[in-house]
Ligand binder design. Structure first.
Ligand code: HSE
Length: 346
């Protein structure tokens, strides 16, 4: 399978590293042989019909800060034209999340789907702003749009709800979808002030480049949009989320909750009454009351009760593992489609 990778930051580079270390496994266990035939970052692009040398791509990025110098003399740089013209089956969209207008991710995704390419996105922006219409466009163009890595990093939150609970009916869910705010609130539980905890999170590289995305609940709201659409069949965007972040949570709020056997967490909730992100007091014995950068979600289902999934919801390599999951899924879907078509033509 040939891929175009647009955005070569932490996740894009982790994906290349994972391909290098797992290529034999991927072929032996799943029969897939992914090749990156084009890569784009802010500084330019690298293209090779037979597949880029990933080791060289990674070292070029490390040494020059851009992969634009990978092909000497290559000055052609129109990312949308490249997506249209390069022969590939899949676009991996891994440019940074932009919740104002979704760009450049939204144009990259639309261009890819219109030119018959499947899309894997780890960029939440386009989905938060336009989930229903992007799914419609994917269906119209008969391509797959996959996004496992947008919620929970490498944790299979979306798959757990969609596949493992198939046959049941999910009534509601709630959980911690943002690791940075969970880390900040956990540190406040240890006595740090909000500002101290935020600086610590920035120092450790947990917070988004624009910390407001985490602190003001935008990141959790974007993930809630994706879950509400994909799992609950709602047709909503980020405008429909009732959102409150953690910037008003004080050390004395945290201490007061602690005296009552509770912790304050930024909770995303989807039930009959609300679609919201807000600081919420949770009992310490609640299974989703986890600390540090962990994410946790409880699904309440009609027939099999409550199920909680807990894990590390961020990080380059875990998120890249979700991309591989999507890739194998897309390959399986293509295969099934071909079989169905063959059966019909017999
Ligand atoms: N800033 C996000 C978080 C990264 O802290 O959860 C993963 O989406």
């Amino acid at each position: 399978m040939r891929l175009i990778v647009n955005g070569f930051g932490v996740v894009g580079q982790s994906f290349a590293k994972l391909l290098l270390s797992r290529s034999e496994d991927l072929y032996r266990l799943h029969g897939v042989n992914p090749r990156i035939v084009a890569c784009v970052d802010k500084g330019g692009c690298a293209v090779s019909e037979t597949g880029l040398d990933l080791q060289r791509l990674l070292s070029t990025k490390k040494l020059s800060g851009t992969i634009g110098v990978y092909n000497p003399g290559n000055h052609i740089f129109d990312p949308l034209r490249l997506i249209e013209k390069v022969d590939a089956e899949i676009l991996l969209e891994s440019t940074p999340t932009n919740l104002d207008n979704g760009e450049p991710g939204i144009s990259n995704i639309i261009t890819a789907m219109k030119s018959g390419k499947h899309v894997i996105t780890v960029n939440k922006g386009p989905l938060a702003l336009a989930f229903p219409s992007l799914i419609e466009l994917a269906n119209y163009n008969n391509v797959e749009l996959r996004f496992s890595g947008t919620v929970g990093g490498g944790m299979p939150i979306l798959e757990f709800a969609k596949r493992c609970l198939r046959g049941d009916s999910i009534i509601s869910f709630h959980g911690i979808l943002n690791g940075t705010t969970n880390y900040i609130l956990s540190k406040m539980g240890e006595g740090l002030t909000f500002d101290e905890a935020l600086n610590d999170a920035k120092h450790k590289g947990y917070a988004e480049a624009t910390p407001s995305l985490d602190i003001d609940g935008y990141d959790a709201a974007a993930k809630l949009v994706i879950m509400a659409n994909w799992i609950m069949g709602m047709k909503v965007t980020i405008k429909d989320i009732n959102r409150r972040g953690i910037s008003q949570v004080t050390l004395s709020d945290v201490k007061r909750a602690h005296k009552n056997g509770k912790a304050i967490k930024l909770i995303a909730i989807c039930d009959k009454r609300q679609l919201a992100v807000k600081p919420t007091e949770l009992s310490y014995v609640d299974p989703i009351c986890v600390d540090g950068t962990l994410n946790a979600v409880t699904f309440s289902s009609e027939y099999s009760g409550n199920h909680t999934i807990i894990g590390h919801g961020a990080g380059g390599i875990p998120t890249a593992s979700a991309v591989l999951r999507d890739l194998i899924d897309i390959r399986d879907t293509i295969f099934e489609r071909r079989q169905t078509a063959d059966l019909k033509s017999d």
